[in-house]
Design a protein around this ligand. Sequence first.
Ligand code: ZN
Ligand code: ZN
Length: 358
Amino acid sequence: MVFVRTTPPRPVQVTAAFPELAPLARPAIRLHPRPGSPSVRDSSVGGPLLWPAGEPWPHCEDVHLHVDTGFRESLTEVRLQRRLQSRWRPDDRYPAYTPEEAALRERAAARLAERIEASPPRPAECPVPLLPVAQLFLRDIPLLRPPGRADLLQVLWCPYEHEPHYKPSTALFWRSAAEVGDILATPPEPYEADYPGYVPEPCVLAPEAITEYPNSLDLSPELQRMLEDWSRWQAAGAGVDSSYARYPGEFYSTHLANAPGWKVGGWPPWGRTDPILRHCAVCGAQMVPLLTIASREWGGGEGHSWAPQEEKATALAGSRGPGQFPSQPTGVEVGSTDNMQIYVCPTSPEHPHTDLIQ
Ligand SMILES: [Zn+2]
Ligand SMILES: [Zn+2]
């Protein structure tokens, strides 16, 4: 790993004030993805996968909506637009495409016109080659629990929306890195995505082990009431700003509970709905969070407290220009700046996974 990102210390040691929460502590690893050029041998988000040349690349054969979301764009267009935005500087004119980029755009547009002509209005391709979302080596993410001798998790998705929940469909592959001989050099790519936010930007990772506490919706009613009791916070001498006196539970949720951003393990984020228990389709065990695919690495306002120490100034400065948000380094956006949670069975990593957006 080439760089380090550090979550600032939480403003309060929550278990000192509320020892009742201690048994609920869970380990998590924040991934801190940042744009870069990961290789097939690196842990990454949106990077190239260590994929055996002799193994067929996975494709999605689901039925895709024929109706264009209105945001559907070719991967070429998404990447060219991001490249253009990255060249923007304050007090400068909006950058223009280079002749090479303009030619690439033209070719992508021509290919699209052909497809529309062949079968109007605009068919989603089928089968769709899956797109790499994350590659995680056990050496970097020791929280992973791979089956057998596997030491590498590869997560891919199909960047079209799927019924009934209108989200990309995910696929997980565990493998042993040592058993991969020849590597597939140029895997097939989907032609387009239903939303630009379904195209992860290649990112290197700076995994950081942290300890998390449950989202307040995951707490029992007794514990929720306890956190709303301002006198408990005062008695603990926690030094919490008195502006939270009326809603101390907010302080817990914003600063002390589950971390935002891409992570492995830990506690799930909730808010779109109340917590929904996930049960394994094979053995019925209660499933556990494996990976959070996040739209944002930290929230606005006081949510900045989760921005890494190394990036505090950038985080507070906010947008660097059109489409350039330091809190959205991966370019991924699911739902309305929500999170996609991938759950696995604790009994066997080979039982099918499940996912949901929160
Ligand atoms: Zn699909
Ligand atoms: Zn199971």
